[in-house]
Design a protein around this ligand. Structure first.
Ligand SMILES: CSC[C@@H](O)[C@@H](O)C(=O)COP(=O)(O)O
Length: 398
């Protein structure tokens, strides 16, 4: 993974909202750990580079992780002098895809993409005699993910804004709270939950967006120790979402995570919207740690709580959220400022539990907003996602 430093920290003059810069044979990822103070792109040449960039959170957000992983292998495959058979090229790609999936466990988009890409290369290898045909099919499919994601996000934005306007009190003056970062930086562009906020704003009905700081992630890794002399805090809400909201001139206010319940109690928001890393078949949703607290508070204050995500975030192979593997991150993210390099900020000897995600049960979710439309409750405690899909023309329900 090579560092490529963009000239300026002057965020207004560069397209800082593009986290994935790809052209055939070349991939650069915006180092999101450095935003908003510095714009730095890392050159990704191999699947191994992609794996490290995901693990170290250079790139993060469920859809962006999947696309970055697929494209890192596309770049490696495109630049490779491969002398084997078509079957050998398929095995090569499948092995690398399995490796990429091991980078972070909770978001399903990456494993979903890998499963689809593996099936594609297996099928192509069965009929192709030339390994190049297998690589070509892989590269085409990985590139399509980049394009499709933006299209799908815009549909999520449209469906979400329409649904919220039709179902909310005070639809001409919507104040909405969001958590983590679900915008352009977490996707190929536009965003999911933040895409809905963008769409509400474009429709002239958004009074104010509130974003949480989104504790606790700071930088803590050997790669950082080696490469970043001046690491910065990495709070997906205060640095990334706030950055996108300011960039788009959307009226917005930052709050500490712990201020969310008081914000609702004061009647300052009439909706909450978050993204998702994995949604089970019944609608239980894993998302950034703190999402569950927001949902509990929203329920208490009778504020609607929406999840916005593409269908690639839905894992129909699991019946409920109990089956979702939650990533636990380094204790250093809590014990030290600047992810282990800065000052100690907690008592020596204290044990740490640092899950990166939590699961919000379906009963606390008002609706799930997708690119295919809005899924509402089948009963008080669950969503019927399969049945919803069966009603969507042309949808594969598997
Ligand atoms: C459109 S991104 C949806 C989720 O991936 C997002 O809300 C989130 O939890 C991201 O967590 P992160 O740890 O920053 O990858």
């Amino acid at each position: 993974m090579e560092v490529e430093r963009s000239a300026s920290a002057d965020v207004a003059t560069v397209n800082t909202l593009q986290s994935i810069c790809y052209s055939r044979g070349s991939l650069r990822l915006l180092d999101q750990r450095k935003l908003p103070l510095e714009t730095l792109y890392l050159d990704i040449r191999t699947a191994a580079d992609g794996w490290s960039a995901i693990r170290e959170m250079v790139v993060r957000g469920a859809p962006a992780i999947a696309i970055a992983a697929a494209l890192s292998l596309a770049v490696e495959a495109f630049n490779l002098e491969f002398s084997g058979t078509a079957a050998g090229s398929a095995s090569f790609l499948i092995e690398k895809l399995d490796y990429l999936v091991s980078s972070r466990p909770t978001a399903v988009n990456l494993s979903d993409a890998a499963t689809k890409l593996k099936s594609l290369v297996k099928n192509v290898a069965e009929t192709a005699s030339d390994p190049k045909a297998v690589f070509q099919a892989y590269v085409d499919a990985a590139e399509a993910m980049l394009v499709d994601d933006v299209t799908e996000n815009k549909k999520i934005g449209f469906h979400g804004a329409t649904f919220i306007r039709e179902n909310i009190k005070n639809p001409e003056k919507i104040s909405i709270l969001t958590h983590c970062n679900t915008g352009s930086l977490a996707t190929a562009g536009y965003g999911t939950a933040l895409g809905v906020i963008r769409s509400l704003n474009a429709g002239g009905v958004l009074k104010r967006a509130y974003c949480t700081e989104t504790r606790p992630f700071n930088q803590a890794s050997s790669w950082v120790l080696r490469n970043l002399l001046a690491p910065r805090y990495n709070l997906q809400g205060s640095r990334l979402t706030a950055f996108e909201l300011v960039h788009d001139k959307i009226p917005a206010t930052l709050i500490a995570d712990s201020a969310a319940a008081a914000l609702m109690q004061a009647g300052r928001v009439n909706a909450v919207i978050v993204g998702a890393d994995r949604i089970a078949a019944n609608g239980d949703t894993a998302n950034k740690i703190g999402t569950y607290s927001l949902a509990v508070s929203a329920s208490h204050h009778e504020v609607p709580f929406y999840v916005a995500a593409p269908f690639t975030s839905i894992d129909q192979s699991i019946l409920s959220g109990d089956q979702i593997v939650i990533e636990e991150r380094s204790a250093k993210e809590l014990l030290y400022s600047h992810g282990g390099l800065g000052q100690q900020v907690a008592a020596s000897g204290i044990a740490v539990w640092n899950p990166a995600f939590d699961v919000t049960p379906a009963n606390l979710i008002t609706a799930i907003i997708t690119e295919k439309g809005v899924i509402t409750k089948a009963s008080a405690n669950s969503f019927a996602i399969k049945e919803f899909l069966e009603g969507v023309p042309g949808s594969n329900t598997n």
